[in-house]
Design a protein around this ligand. Structure first.
Ligand SMILES: Cc1cc2nc3c(=O)[nH]c(=O)nc-3n(C[C@H](O)[C@H](O)[C@H](O)COP(=O)(O)OP(=O)(O)OC[C@H]3O[C@@H](n4cnc5c(N)ncnc54)[C@H](O)[C@@H]3O)c2cc1C
Ligand code: SF4
Length: 498
């Protein structure tokens, strides 16, 4: 018999029978996403826009999990997180155990819970999504780890034994940091080198605070330092510090340098002042938020205040730029994308957030010319239409004859994606082979590059990708480095015994 005190699912009208098990409550319990701050409030600062779940909401939402025999959420999580297990433990209020299971497969669950495009990964493949709306997996993952930090369950890294071998990691982004943590847990002496003056890679200087507050990254940095990982910052490998020096210094080297060469736009007027690369713009904004002196921001060169801003591109970087411009009090913010909304590479959740914050989207339009004397003042755009699909299934785009329009623009931000830098040249290592896209070639199972003892992981191997994939690659590369160094240690012991 149904109890009158049980909740009723507004979508289905079903009422919970009192004997219903703790889980599978999606039948009676509607999906609830974490509260979003009101648009006028959140657009005035760079704080995260989503609030976390409280304990009750997290347990209730976790209890919606269907406990599927074949959990598609887990299959579609790049880390293979044991999602149904930690959801069940969360529903039962056993959060410390939930944390242990979550942390066993993910180095930074509180970060993935915030910024993974869940609609394309775990939640987009949740079995109950059809008809009942998915379990809010990311928000629960965030809640579990935030609770663990608050309760002191996130234990410091204390290796059982120290090992003599050292590993040098180039790049303090998620791939490098995930590898550093895994190797340090095993007792290796780990030094991470980065050309920036802060730890985090794109987590600190790319992704804005309204998606991921800087304190979340800094808390992990402090935890890694406390665990004995050494950081050498403002160290440009291939620049002031030669790559060969690092190779001689360490038993193994991991390259986790990400991809940073911005794709450019040509055409008339493309050299005018006021046309800037997306990452320069985002780094200036993030630095300003972190309290640095940023002359390019103060001069207005990388500051949208009072300007008509046009961002060209449709990925996550473009979404971060338009939403940053809104927060900097731009006079208007327009996103120009050559395909339509359905074909945007950026997460739809972020597109919706940008629309809510007042960004205007001009779909099916590409820049044709930039107008102005020395400084850009306007952009002429060509209207496009979607044509026939190519072999990959992606529709081609073609210009519409005579279809062009002009937009006011005193700041144009180019967010067309990134390519790898020429690492063999920068590192003076012609033997470091690359793919036809310029990413590093590796053995896919060992993560080793063409140079023995040199490994690579993250965006520099995959091309611009996701934080969760960088973490996965960093962890897998660390396991491979461990196997090799262990095998070398065993073989040198055997030689010594002979
Ligand atoms: C604006 C923006 C927004 C994004 N938003 C999301 C998102 O919401 N969700 C998501 O999952 N992914 C997002 N991504 C993608 C994600 O940030 C990357 O896939 C991820 O950070 C890659 O990790 P990585 O460790 O390989 O490289 P990175 O994070 O790029 O770190 C590489 C590090 O190597 C350092 N380095 C490079 N060359 C050298 C050198 N020669 N010497 C010393 N150090 C060097 C760099 O300074 C950097 O710190 C976003 C990317 C951008 C640009
Ligand atoms: S790591 Fe990302 S894909 Fe995996 S469960 Fe967490 S939010 Fe989902």
């Amino acid at each position: 018999m149904a109890s009158s005190n049980e909740p009723v699912n507004s979508a289905t009208g079903a009422q919970a029978p009192s004997a219903l098990p703790k889980m599978q409550r999606f039948i009676v319990q509607p999906q609830q996403t974490p509260a979003k701050r009101a648009v006028n409030e959140r657009a005035a600062d760079f704080d995260e826009i989503y609030r976390g779940f409280d304990a009750k909401a997290a347990a209730t939402q976790a209890s919606r999990c269907g406990q599927c025999g074949i959990p598609f959420c887990q299959i579609h999580c790049p880390l293979g997180n044991n999602i149904p297990d930690w959801l069940k433990l969360s529903a039962e209020g056993r959060l410390e155990e939930a944390y242990e299971i979550s942390a066993a497969t993910n180095t930074f669950p509180e970060i993935c819970g915030r910024i993974c495009p869940q609609d394309r990964l775990c939640e987009g493949n949740c079995v109950i999504e059809k008809g009942f709306e998915s379990v809010t997996i990311g928000a629960i993952e965030r809640h579990i780890t935030e609770t663990a930090f608050a309760e002191g369950w996130v234990r410091p890294i204390r290796p059982k034994r120290e090992r003599a071998e050292s590993v040098g990691i180039i790049g303090a982004g998620p791939a490098g940091l995930a590898a550093a943590e895994a190797l340090r847990q095993l007792g290796y002496q780990v030094t991470v080198y980065d050309r920036h003056d802060r730890v985090g890679g794109l987590l600190i200087y790319g992704i804005p605070g309204f998606k991921l507050e800087k304190s979340v990254v800094e808390r992990r940095t402090a935890w890694l330092i406390d665990g004995g990982i050494k950081f050498q910052l403002s160290a440009d490998i291939g620049g002031a510090t030669p790559f060969a020096e690092l190779r001689a210094r360490h038993h193994a080297v991991l390259i986790a340098t990400g991809v940073y060469k911005p794709r450019d736009i040509g055409g008339p007027g493309s050299g005018l002042a006021g046309i800037v690369p997306a990452l320069d713009y985002l780094i200036a904004s993030n630095r300003k938020g972190l309290g640095d002196d940023v002359p390019e921001f103060e001069s207005g060169a990388l500051n949208a205040a009072g300007k008509h801003v046009v961002v060209v591109g449709g990925g996550d970087t473009a979404m971060d730029c338009v939403r940053t411009a809104v927060r900097q009090n731009a006079a208007s913010v327009t996103c120009l994308y050559r395909r339509d909304r359905a074909n945007m590479p950026g997460s739809l959740r972020e597109v919706t957030n940008a629309e809510d914050e007042g960004v205007e989207f001009r779909w099916l339009a590409a820049p044709e010319a930039f107008l102005g004397d020395r400084q850009v003042t306007a952009l002429r755009a060509q209207r496009m239409r979607l044509g026939l699909a190519d072999a990959s299934g992606r529709q081609a785009i073609e210009p519409i004859d005579g279809g062009s329009f002009t937009l006011d623009a005193d700041l144009v931000i180019k967010a067309l994606g990134f390519d790898p830098e020429d690492l063999p040249d920068a590192f003076g290592q012609p033997g470091l082979t690359v793919t036809r896209w310029g990413t590093l070639s590796i053995n896919p199972t060992s993560f080793e590059t063409a140079l023995p003892g040199v490994y690579a992981a993250g965006d520099i191997v995959r091309g611009a990708s996701l934080v969760v994939w960088a973490i996965k690659d960093g962890r897998d590369a660390a396991a491979s480095i461990h196997r090799r160094l262990q095998a070398q240690a065993v073989s040198s012991m055997a030689t010594a015994a002979e």
